[in-house]
Structures are given as structure tokens and as C-alpha cells.
Design a protein around this ligand. Sequence first.
Ligand code: NI
Ligand code: MN
Length: 225
Amino acid sequence: MKITYYGQSCFAIETKGKTILTDPFITHNELAKDIDVDSIQADYIAVSHGHQDHIADLESIAKRTGAKVITSFEIHSWANKLGIENTHPMNTGGKWEFDFGTIMCVNAVHSSSFPDGSYAGPAMGFVIWNEEGCVYFAGDTALTMDMKLIPMLCPPLDVAILPIGDNFTMDVKQAVLASDFVGCKRIIGCHYDTFGFIKIDKEAAKKAFDDAGKALILLDIGESI
Ligand code: NI
Ligand code: MN
């Protein structure tokens, strides 16, 4: 699996010849100004919830690439109304086998509404796996005991993508606990530094994970691992 960071919570996960893009938010992200949104390829787009910093580029990328949008029933219905027809509705607790592997929707403790304030269904995280690996993409979430269910239900995680920016989601201390709950020592941080409320001390964040015997990877925007 190859994982590329496009800022905030947007990643491209390439596996078995397919690209799964998460939470597209690029053109309104000052930190991602060097990324050409029209060059981003996707076969699937997994959308965790309806907030602007997770869907701003969904319509343009979905329509240009024809990628299948995997998301809550409510965001699927909203996308259909925008003319995005290739969608797969899911809900928390459900899983589905796609041609690249399995996606399971897991609980995220967060709100979810569209930019006009209307209801966007549950906020979710995704566990994505196949024989090449297993990734937990937490979405926007608080620390929750429900994370302990993930190792009971899914293959062992190779990497967990966790929000660490505080204010709207977990902070670093909670993310260290979350990585204990999901049984993963390799963490990719997201949802930090994009705007003022979520600025973090990156060296302190890395040290907190290091002190817990874990590795926090903070990718540059455009960087792959
Ligand atoms: Ni959010
Ligand atoms: Mn967010």
C-alpha cells in the first residue's frame, strides 16, 4: 500500500492497482496550494462526514474521475442530487467487499452536517483492508471506547490515520490512547495546522508518541509513504 497526503484529512491510498481517496479538501487549503487538484486520480472516494473541510473538492473530483463515492446514506443521497451517480451508501457497523478489498464503517464521535446546516448522517471512520495491509482512517473523532472493537473485528492494523489537532477532534494525548485502543504502533497524523484552531507543536507530538513506544509520522503535503 502507498499512502499520499494531500493535507487536512485527504489521503490517497493506492493498493492492488486502485486508488482510494479520503475526504477531499485541497483547493481551499492554503497549505495544499502546490497540489494540482485536477491531477489527483481516484477510483474510490471515501467520505467520513459532511463538513466542508472533508467534502469541498468531492464534487469536482468525483465528476472528473468517475470515482465511486463510499459514504453515509445521507451523503450518498446528497451526492446523487448533485449529479454524482456512482455512489455506494453505507452506515456505521457495516462492511462491504470492493474490488480492492474490504471497507468497514466504524463509529466516530463527531457531528456531521452539510455546509447549509442540513443533516449529513453519522460521522464515520473507515477500516480498509486486503492482503496488502490494513489501515484505520479515523475521520474526525473524539477518543472513544468503541475504538477497542476494531482489533476484535478487523485484521491487525499496519497503520492508523488519526486526527491530532485538538479543538474539533482528539488531541495528541488522546490519539496516543486511541492507538493503544486499536493496537497500532504506527500512526499517521492528520487534521492539524490547517487553520488557527488546530495548530500543533509537531516535535512535541512526535515525542509524545515516541515516549509511548509508538511512531508518529507527519507527512509533508504531497509526500508518500
Ligand atoms: Ni468535522
Ligand atoms: Mn474536520
